[in-house]
Unconditional design. Structure first.
Length: 123
């Protein structure tokens, strides 16, 4: 018969040290663009419980404002906060390749972030 060797139960610290677990913490904005949906992924720490979002658009880009008075819901948990992008803004991404795209954001006053459309031409 083979010599069997006991494999001890690993502690949580050993497991976390040896294996990557869970989704990594988002540090930037990202646009998740799919055929029927477009979702804006928000970086961790940018939202607090009770926050909502408003979307704004101009010829040169779109912006979001995060706060309790916002008109659209922010979904998700601690590491995966997202907001659904309105159809009017989605129309600007009709030639954008499907998938996830990291965004360049210009932070402005009053918890407003601006995303120029020019960054999507090169994507």
């Amino acid at each position: 018969m083979d010599d069997l060797v006991l494999i001890p139960k690993a502690t949580r610290e050993e497991i976390l040290k040896d294996a990557r677990t869970g989704r990594p913490t988002r540090k930037t904005f990202a646009l998740r663009h799919y055929s029927n949906a477009c979702i804006l992924a928000l970086p961790q720490g940018i939202c607090v419980d009770g926050d909502n979002v408003d979307f704004f658009m101009s010829k040169s880009g779109f912006a979001i404002q995060i706060g309790p008075e916002g008109g659209r819901t922010i979904t998700g948990k601690k590491n995966t906060r997202t907001a659904s992008v309105p159809i009017e803004i989605r129309k600007m991404f009709k030639n954008l390749v499907e998938g996830s795209h990291d965004l360049i954001a210009d932070e402005r006053a009053d918890r407003i972030w601006f995303f120029p459309f020019s960054q999507f031409i090169s994507a």
